[in-house]
Ligand binder design. Structure first.
Ligand SMILES: Nc1ncnc2c1ncn2[C@@H]1O[C@H](COP(=O)(O)OP(=O)(O)OP(=O)(O)O)[C@@H](O)[C@H]1O
Ligand SMILES: [Mg+2]
Length: 292
């Protein structure tokens, strides 16, 4: 038992060290010297090519895409197709190898980083919370927010059940003994952060797997409310979430394999229509299992 625990502890330490080395080895992106501002919340990708360092393959391989201010688009497609990478380029976590990413007509490389940070909210696929109280975790979305504003963001993001299950409520310290927050709950808390920040461009990288359907439904409700009047990039694994999108892009091997509205893509009999059939089959299987 002791040996197993020691092994696990060693793995955690190794993981932490690896992450630290990764960060130390990553060159910071150059700060913009231009101080330009986006004109609105539209997004354009002009022939974007991107490869991760030490990789011969382009993770994004010549993508053109245009989202008008206030439109909601969806990125779907096979695992490893490039969805998260594309979204990361919009938030300028990385710089493109060729081409340009523009927000409101302005190249993201010419927008000062604090301005860009205020312009884009990103809810990650594997959202992480920091070792501090829930209140302080959410307040990171807007450091000058009052306690009541943080509480409102938590209500808007459907997080009250999470708060209520801990005796210390919003003052619960994340990471302390016996405090367990599931992936879906973590996503909802990140959505609360995004409510507080209220940036005009919103990126949601939906978690790949939810622990339970209630959680999934709450994340979707919270995100729908947050999406109102914003330009939205929704990365979806469950296709039911994207049927109303203004445009759906199917990404495979770093390229746009197909794009269009849900009904157009279903009628196309291509990769999306196959994904849609598979999705419905898996939903039916789950309904069958539940004996409904
Ligand atoms: N930090 C990284 N360093 C190197 N390669 C990476 C990194 N992140 C992703 N990749 C590679 O880039 C490609 C695109 O990955 P990406 O994470 O964008 O896919 P995805 O469409 O989001 O997949 P999923 O549906 O599983 O989330 C994959 O081949 C992946 O292995
Ligand atoms: Mg991803």
């Amino acid at each position: 038992m002791k040996v197993a625990y020691a092994g696990e502890a060693q793995m955690i330490v190794d993981d932490a060290l690896n992450r630290m080395y990764e960060i130390l080895e990553t060159e910071p992106l150059s700060e913009s010297k231009k101080n330009e501002k986006p004109q609105d919340s539209s997004i354009t990708l002009d022939n974007v090519i991107f490869a991760y360092e030490n990789s011969e393959v382009n993770a994004i391989d010549g993508i053109n895409l245009s989202v008008k201010a206030g439109e909601h688009i969806a990125l779907v497609g096979p695992s490893g197709g490039g969805k998260t990478t594309l979204a990361s380029l919009i938030a300028r976590f990385w710089d493109v190898k060729r081409g340009a990413v523009k927000i409101g007509g302005t190249d993201v490389r010419n927008i000062p980083s604090d301005e860009l940070m205020n312009y884009v909210s990103y809810v990650f696929q594997d959202s992480k919370l920091l070792k501090m109280s829930i209140m302080d975790n959410i307040r990171m979305g807007r450091p000058d927010a009052t306690d009541e504003e943080v509480m409102q963001a938590l209500r808007d993001a459907q997080c009250m059940d999470i708060i209520e299950k801990f005796p210390d409520g919003v003052n619960t310290m994340i990471g302390s003994k016996g405090i367990y927050v599931s992936g879906g709950e973590c996503q909802r808390l990140s959505i609360a952060r995004a409510f507080l920040k209220n940036a005009p461009v919103l990126i949601l990288d939906e978690a790949t797997a939810f622990a339970d359907p209630d959680n999934e439904r709450l994340v979707q409700q919270a995100f729908e409310k947050l999406s109102k009047d914003k330009t939205v990039i929704m990365i979806a694994h469950r296709l039911s979430t994207v049927t109303n999108a203004d445009c759906i892009y199917v990404l495979a091997d770093g390229k746009i394999a197909e794009s269009g509205k849900h009904s157009e893509l279903v009628a196309n009999n291509g990769i999306y229509s196959r994904m849609w059939n598979e999705y419905n089959k898996s939903v039916n299987r789950q309904v069958g299992k539940a004996g409904v």
